[in-house]
Design a protein around this ligand. Structure first.
Ligand code: CTP
Ligand code: MG
Length: 243
């Protein structure tokens, strides 16, 4: 199916939740501000969104006590001025931070990509592919990868295994997750239960979520070992001069 002229015109914004502390990474600055190849993780994530052709506006959701720091940080890293970058203060949970980011979007935005600052190395092509799938009519799109490990369901009280979901039917999902704006806004206005991703809220509305191919380099920097991996990926990119 090709996009209709109407869908091709839809304006895409990226919301980047970056207000987490990064507790699992260990003591230090808020995770988004920690360096990767000498540049804060958040700057990598903003660059990936800005360089995606489909994205015309970026909203960064910063730690509430670091809005001014984030503003000067982004100003200092020579980001292209052609695209609008807004910075707002985040909340206590990721869900709350995304909600605050959505509230800062201008009226004319009709597709929203939500992308974790903690996934600094997401390939630009993957960002555009998620946006394209939403523009082509899917109300919610998530990039996902097959699992390498077998997953067990357990009884949290006893740690005994209660089941083994068929691995071939599982996907580990990443960001950016892309949404028709009205769908995501409705999800955030309706669902109060705690979720770990935005698509989970849309699922609870009974709306179908499409999985498109994810990418190994879109992994989330969560624990110290992930930082080592991210540094290695970045060094390899720099050596081969690929953005
Ligand atoms: N996030 C946010 N606001 C919060 C919590 C998280 O904007 N109150 C963002 C993080 O900055 C990150 C993304 O959501 O970009 C994914 O969250 P996660 O990887 O869990 O990051 P942290 O919450 O910072 O890490 P941790 O859970 O280890 O503290
Ligand atoms: Mg967290």
């Amino acid at each position: 199916m090709t996009s209709s002229p109407l869908s091709a015109k839809r304006t895409v914004a990226a919301v980047i939740p970056a207000a987490g502390r990064g507790v699992r990474l260990g003591p230090g600055a808020p995770k988004a501000m920690r360096p990767l190849g000498g540049v804060p993780m958040l700057v990598h994530a903003v660059r990936a969104m800005i360089h995606a052709r489909s994205v015309s506006l970026v909203v960064v959701v910063a730690p509430a006590d670091a809005v001014a720091d984030v503003r000067s940080l982004l100003g200092n890293h020579g980001l292209p001025e052609a695209k609008d970058i807004r910075i707002v203060a985040g909340g206590d949970t990721r869900q709350e931070s995304v909600r605050l980011g959505l509230a800062a979007l201008p009226e004319d935005v009709d597709v929203v990509l939500v992308h974790d600052a903690a996934r600094p190395l997401v390939p630009v092509e993957m960002v555009d592919a998620v946006a394209a799938a939403v523009r082509d009519g899917a109300p919610a799109v998530v990039p996902g990868l097959p699992l390498v490990d077998t997953v067990k369901r357990i009884d949290p009280g006893t740690d005994f295994v209660t089941g083994t979901p068929e691995r071939a039917l599982l996907r580990a999902v990443q960001t950016p997750q892309g949404f028709d704006r009205a769908t995501l806004a409705k999800a955030h206005a309706t669902i109060t239960q705690d979720v770990t991703d935005d698509a989970g809220m849309v699922e609870q509305l009974g709306i179908q979520v499409l999985v498109v191919p994810g990418h190994e380099e879109a992994f989330k920097v969560t624990r110290p070992l992930d930082l080592i991996l991210a540094e290695a990926v970045l060094a390899r990119r720099r050596a081969s001069d690929v953005f």
